[in-house]
Design a protein around this ligand. Sequence first.
Ligand code: 6PG
Length: 468
Amino acid sequence: ENYELGMIGLGVMGRNLLLNMADHGFKVAGYDKDAAKVEALGKEKVKGEVKAFSGLSEFINSLQKPRAVMLLVPAGKIVDSVIEEITPLLDKGDLIIDGGNSYFTDTNRRAESLKSKGLHFFGMGVSGGEEGARNGPSLMPGGDQEAYKVVKPIFEAIAAKVKGEPCVTYIGPGASGNFVKMVHNGIEYAIMQLIAETYEFMRKGLGLSGDQMHQIFKQWNEGRQQSFLVEITRDIFAYKEPGSTTLLLDLIKDEARSKGTGKWTSQVAMDLQLPITAIDTAVSMRDLSKYKSIRVTASSIYKDSKQKVDGDQQPFINALEESLYFSTIIAYAQGMHMLSQASKEFNYDLKLDEIALIWRGGCIIRSTFLEDIHQAFKKNRALPHMLLDSGIADKVNGAIAGTRKIVSTAVAAGISIPAHAASLSYFDAIRSEHMPSNMIQAQRDYFGAHTYERVDKEGVFHTPWTAK
Ligand code: 6PG
């Protein structure tokens, strides 16, 4: 037989991607251990052809050669066991694509071991959730470039389109696809936290209602702040518990969960010695939210802060728009900086302009602003930091005053908005010709003879600080 791609794992993502391929006229096959999922896929109506298999070797044999087998199974051990199961059934030159959020070093290990068997292995970031998978995701494939050519037409067809261009590009060698997706998720965590803090300021500081916040986010989403996350936030502010006038949001527990990709981004950034403070803060705040009983007790011990902000609401709403805009730019800038550092460290040869391009549509962090990021890196692919681009600088400069107003007001009122504050402080540090790090060096030398360098002469110095 001659199916053009086979999908293992017919959960919501795998199944939707497969249906998306079939809708674009590709002949595709699906396999799952779960008979119910196989049966459900068999009943789907699509333009092309999609066939569901419950036998693994039958499924593998139905694929045209070189075979392209895609996995959409939970990251971790399951990926290894599926690879182990299918490897004996494959031939040299076949390609395995892992579409899950796998940890990048796992992808390196798998690619190495499959290479010795003559098989290609791709780690491909897939973003856009359920809806994106069905109607157009953003895809980040990394691995052997020759092998990519086999599946390129399928992925270009199913990816989201922005101005006619597909939101997929060959990312680079090795695990670069998973790496770029991981950083995408780190940025996703940061923007979600920034929006959550904006909501916090609006409800506690300004006392705004759900309807008012809905209106504000609606308006923001029609301007420069247009993004998927702002758009869904707008809708969340309008969603009432069915049969009631209560906002569903008010009934949801304030303890955030996560699957680990944000944490990985922070951990890897630490290893790379590359600061991504907005992302780190977002990860920490999700973690802090889980200590509910400590928060409840502490709230009764430290309750003197008034939180409500005095004065007209509108100037604060305008300032919040600037603060969210500014801090979101910083979050993107930190993520892009991490990508450029990783590119050097791991020889990924990442093209940041193309990455920004394929993030403009389909993915969770898609926004109008990604066009600006794309332009900045297109002008200069070797731009050392996004904030050094003159076009970006104009936008940042125009939003600083509002950001300072929000951060200082929140600090004075006792409203916690740490990701906004972290973004602003990062900005103030990175625009400092002189940081106070000379003090750190002096202290290190004082207590540990760790030595220091001087501004006025070459060399490495140590001072016996306590000697008279
Ligand atoms: C995407 C998302 C997705 C991620 C979820 C859940 O790009 O479609 O990043 O891949 O798995 O957002 O992430 P958390 O459970 O860690 O919040």
